[in-house]
Design a protein around this ligand. Sequence first.
Ligand code: BJW
Ligand code: ZN
Length: 243
Amino acid sequence: MLEIDKHTLGKIKSAKSVIFFTGAGVSAESGIPTFRGKDGIWNKLNPEELANFNAFIKNPQLVWEWYNHRKKIIHESKPNAAHYAIAEMEKLFDNVSVVTQNIDNLHKRAGSKNVFELHGNIERNYCIKCKTHYDFELDFSLGVPKCKCGGLIRPDVVWFGEFLPKDQYAASEKAARHCNLFFVVGTSAVVYPAAYIISTAKEYGAFLIEINIEETEISSMVDKSFFGKAGEILPAIMEIIRN
Ligand code: BJW
Ligand code: ZN
């Protein structure tokens, strides 16, 4: 049974506008590996060699192999109890937004309506030259797919050194300035500018709750931490709010 102190419970129950800021940890129980931490993929792979534009230009084949491998894992996975609890929360509060760093589309698949994607979406692709979108299964039979203009097609995700989609970031910041309750779920909170959204919410007076299996960079700045799996803590919180 999850224990929630009176103060935290009061903040949860009185909230009108709520944000769930999520990272790779929210999808861990769906079988999608995280980046950092104990089982993180970057213990084995070097992000410098894969998650930046220069790496793509140098070896597009290798970068695409990595994304196609992850795409397969994502396609074979399903939203977990954490994604579903977050989607259900829309029925319990006036206003719920999901601000995610994940590219796996699982929040939308679980039924969340108001999702802002800060680091793109693995389901989408675009041409590096003319920016035309190719949001369907690409054909790799002749090597790395190219646009009709001759440019290489890349996944529509945000690599290191690249700007975040302006509209998604602006909408997330705006929501953070107006929310009363801000959940930080399954993120190491070390990647910027995404992590600034957490500080914005705090600056504008939101009550911050972290859910993670371990302490993170932001554990000392949040109002309350629940240490445990997102797929267990979030459904438990939902039940407590309902009763
Ligand atoms: C569980 C769990 C369970 C496990 N339940 N919990 C300011 C300060 C310092 C650096 C910078 C700064 N501003 C910019 C930078 C540079 C850089 C950056 O932040 N670097 C730091 C890492 C040092 N940022 C950028 O480059 C960004 N762009 C930018 O700044 O543009 C401006 C600019 C333009 C031109 C020139 C210069 C600047 C872009 C960042 C893009 C990040 N992209 C990636 C890859 C996306 C595509 C892909 O997936 O392939 O996004 S990196 C990777 O990290 C991915 C994630 O979205 C992101 C965050 O990771 P996340 O989600 O937090 O995952 P993990 O693995 O770190 O953590 C998982 C957590 O879950 C852990 O805490 C576990 O404990 C927990 N967990 N199981 C609950 N069951
Ligand atoms: Zn093109």
